[in-house]
Write a protein that binds this ligand. Structure first.
Ligand code: HEM
Ligand code: HEM
Length: 179
């Protein structure tokens, strides 16, 4: 059932696959890859788009059409796909991005991302999402939204992002894309 729900469009609703691709590896950098993401995390996001705890103009109407069972079927369907990892594009900031990801920024009490998202970016099921291979553009949008209050459904991330400047956000996002 997850397959049909994910891939089929209806006259009123575009398919998930039209934005996130049939194998969950979205090709558009603003749209997150869902492949190999922890199903419990996907389920939580869909529930929170529906209730408005996480706000997004595109995803709120999409999620509002799904029942809790639909969300579960979709989450376990797409989470079982294999993620296609990308690569870091900006040679000048890889070292900075890696340093933040693995060690945080000690003098500003930024914790290491690896502590919650794991050293290889796979996350820790079920609470801590996979980041490895995710589009850098999408990561930048999320970190900026955590920092500016646009995304409020992850209190753990608000404090982390609050201490990062734009350059650091870009660097760590670019590093993550290549994990
Ligand atoms: C985000 C699932 C349809 C565009 C997400 C997320 C999930 C999801 C779970 C959050 C991912 C994360 O936190 O890593 C779905 C499902 C769909 C669907 C199950 C079908 C019912 C669509 C469609 C579009 C779209 C049709 C494009 C028109 C986006 C965008 C985001 C997103 C732009 C990022 C939102 C943000 O910046 O916060 N989607 N999606 N999705 N999706 Fe979808
Ligand atoms: C979510 C990045 C540190 C816990 C996220 C997301 C990003 C991110 C981009 C959203 C993923 C998505 O939408 O698919 C980072 C970076 C970090 C960092 C770059 C280091 C600078 C941490 C730490 C913790 C943590 C130290 C644990 C204390 C979480 C949790 C979520 C999350 C629980 C999921 C929120 C939810 O359920 O909606 N992180 N993170 N992160 N992060 Fe981090």
């Amino acid at each position: 059932k997850g397959d049909t729900l994910f891939n089929a469009s209806t006259p009123t609703i575009q398919s998930c696959a039209s934005c996130h691709n049939a194998d969950g590896n979205s090709s558009i950098p603003a749209n997150p890859k869902l492949a190999q993401q922890h199903p419990e995390y996907i389920l939580k996001q869909l529930q929170e788009f529906k209730t408005g705890k996480r706000k997004n103009a595109v995803m709120t109407p999409m999620a509002s059409h799904l029942s809790d069972q639909d969300m579960r079927d979709i989450a376990w369907f797409v989470g079982a796909k294999k993620v296609k990892t990308g690569f870091s594009k900006d040679k000048d900031t890889i070292a900075m991005g890696e340093k933040i990801y693995r060690g945080g920024i000690a003098d500003r009490q930024v914790p290491a991302c690896a502590g919650c998202h794991s050293p290889n970016g796979a996350g820790i099921p079920a609470q801590y999402p996979r980041l490895g291979g995710q589009h850098a553009d999408y990561i930048v949008t999320q970190l900026t939204a955590f920092r500016d209050g646009g995304r409020l459904n992850a209190p753990q991330m608000t404090g982390v992002a609050a201490k990062l400047n734009d350059r650091e956000i870009k660097a760590v996002a670019d590093y993550i894309a290549g994990l």
